[in-house]
Design a protein. Structure first.
Length: 325
């Protein structure tokens, strides 16, 4: 029990230090800030969600005592809560009864376990990214005018610090940045949470602490109602005001979820290619370098959700049934 508590405290302290490093203003602190959920996620997956909850509570209390209540709440909402819950979902499973019982002469087989679907975990990640971004924006104001005004003044200060001779021509550039800032923040939050969860699972699998088989990521698919939620969020994007900003954040998170399933579709559809590694590597490189080609992955994920490309492809690759006579 002492070892368990020590692991929880170490994970919480590491996450808290990485989260608080942003105060230094150093460039490396930005990387540490985005990787802050990683130690708690490793603790949650490797030693159980209770371990992550203990470490997260201790870290939040420590940050609150040192830096004040806002840091405590920010850490709890953006780091501790996602790490605890996502780690819980990774280990969540249920026994599936076999439809054909084994013969009486054979020993009973081990029960088959159905693990929580990867697609639903992606949806939870999108929810946490949305929650984090909305909470951050609400600290700037409680209405659209206050939020955009605060963002505009902040961006203007950054530009003037870099170039004191900023002219009025930068106004259009600032307005464009203010418009895309909520969606961009949601995308960054979505990708960093996904990366942290993947890294934590890899770490626990390498150390032998992962208590479930590695999932087949190529089969990841979002629940059918996600498409309807995306359409509703898109419709609200044209309303205006704070509701439109919240809808844009939700839309960005759901679109990134479909982009990730689009990569899963790409991995499936390229199974028959001899140069599969080259095409996959080139795709990832183009997306990382330029960014905007991720739209193609969004389209591919949406198309698979509507037309079922992976299911058709895998069905056509199955060998024909053996003759019965």
């Amino acid at each position: 029990m002492m070892t368990f508590g020590l692991i929880a405290l170490i994970a919480g302290a590491a996450s808290a230090l990485m989260f608080a490093s942003i105060i230094s203003g150093a460039l490396i602190s930005l990387v540490l800030f985005y990787l802050a959920p990683l130690p708690l996620m490793v603790a949650s997956i490797g030693w159980g969600p209770f371990c992550a909850s203990l470490g997260g509570i201790a870290a939040a209390i420590g940050l609150g005592a040192l830096f004040g209540l806002p840091y405590c709440l920010a850490f709890a909402v953006t780091v501790a809560l996602p790490a605890w819950w996502l780690g819980h979902l990774v280990l969540l499973g249920r026994q599936v009864d076999s439809p054909i019982p084994p013969p009486a002469t054979e020993a009973p087989a081990e029960p088959e376990i159905e693990w929580y679907p990867v697609g639903r975990i992606l949806l939870w990640i999108a929810g946490f990214a949305t929650l984090t971004t909305i909470a951050a924006l609400l600290t700037l104001g409680t209405d659209a005018e206050a939020i955009t005004g605060t963002l505009r003044r902040g961006l203007m200060r950054i530009l003037r610090a870099a170039d004191p001779q900023v002219s009025g021509e930068a106004d259009q550039f600032i307005d464009a940045l203010v418009t895309v800032a909520p969606a961009a923040a949601t995308i960054v939050s979505m990708m960093t949470l996904t990366l942290n969860l993947w890294l934590s699972a890899k770490v626990t699998a390498t150390s032998g602490r992962l208590r479930r088989p590695w999932p087949d990521l190529m089969t990841a698919e979002l629940p059918p109602m996600t498409l309807a939620a995306l359409c509703i969020a898109l419709a609200f994007c044209f309303t205006g005001g704070l509701l439109a900003i919240l809808a844009q954040i939700t839309t960005a998170a759901l679109m990134m979820s479909y982009a990730l399933t689009g990569f899963a579709v790409l991995h499936t559809l390229t199974l028959a290619l001899k140069s599969r590694a080259f095409w996959l590597g080139s795709t990832y490189a183009v997306v990382v370098v330029f960014g905007w080609p991720v739209i193609a992955m969004v389209i591919l994920g949406l198309a698979d959700a509507v037309f079922g490309f992976r299911e058709r492809f895998l069905r056509n690759r199955q060998p024909p049934p053996l003759p019965t006579s």
